[in-house]
Design a protein around this ligand. Structure first.
Ligand code: ZN
Length: 261
């Protein structure tokens, strides 16, 4: 029986939020599995009384003895938000870059779980070996620190799994996109690119966070009274922009958090 490569999204493909993607390699009945991201999505008015939804992990729980680990692309809720609900049923290793690992550790502490023995910190642009997979982390740009694409190298070819991304020449926070590395990934050949980018089907270029900052400073400078700005707290770049503009025009900041679970 020949070996095969499987991509099996439990959530997040063709929909917004609750990203949980499985990859497997091996002979039928003896596949080795990895999970990329374990996220939530937010319920709307069609589901009264429900705040958060996450993918049904039953399929991979049944195969947990062949599960090599969970790999996290970045620290947004739609990529890590369900980890404290799903991980106790799997008890596997978790691989993440330092900023993501810090937020994940805090999440587990809230549930009184010490995740440190299971949490493996990966350097930016680092590589991990999860035989038969080898995974290279690739720094991209997004609205949070350390957004990583993953080059997933398998015996039959490579997958490029981006996580969330945009190409921002001036992302305000974090590194710029490593274009050279992306070109090399393309030159090496990929079987498929599995990607996630808001408004990806809109033609044109996405704006840069640096342009948002410029215009927000202009608008905020004109205003005389109290200014209210709403944002996801996890949009770290936007939060930084608000702080930057406030300092420039001599405003004081009050933070008001609402928790959604
Ligand atoms: Zn994101």
């Amino acid at each position: 029986m020949s070996e095969e490569l499987i991509f099996c999204p439990l959530g997040g493909s063709g929909e917004i939020g609750m990203n949980m993607n499985l990859y497997a390699y091996g002979k039928a009945g003896n596949h080795k599995w990895i999970i990329v991201d374990v996220g939530v999505t937010f319920a709307d008015d069609s589901l009264p009384g429900i705040d958060l939804i996450y993918p049904d992990p039953g399929f991979i729980i049944d195969k947990k003895e062949n599960l090599l680990g969970i790999v996290l692309t970045h620290a947004h809720e739609d990529h890590i938000g369900a980890i404290t609900y799903v991980w106790p049923k799997l008890k596997c290793k978790i691989f993440a870059t330092p900023f993501t690992a810090t937020l994940v550790t805090e999440k587990f502490l809230e549930k009184k779980i010490d995740i440190i023995p299971y949490l493996k910190i990966v350097n930016l642009n680092g590589t991990i070996n999860l035989d038969p997979f080898k995974i290279e982390f690739v720094t991209l740009t997004h609205s949070i620190l350390e957004p990583n694409g993953l080059k997933i190298i398998t015996p039959v070819g490579n997958i490029f799994h981006t996580g969330d991304w945009k190409c921002d020449p001036d992302p305000v926070i974090g590194e710029k996109v490593n274009e050279e590395k992306l070109k090399k990934i393309g030159d090496d050949g990929i079987l498929a690119m599995v990607c996630d980018s808001t408004n990806v089907f809109n033609i044109g270029r996405a704006g840069s966070e640096a342009d948002v900052r410029k215009n927000m400073l202009k608008v905020m400078s004109r205003l005389k009274k109290r200014i209210l700005v709403t944002s996801f707290a996890s949009n770290v770049a936007r939060m930084e922009t608000v702080f930057y503009c406030s300092e420039k025009i001599g405003r004081k900041i009050s933070l008001v958090f609402t928790k959604c679970h």
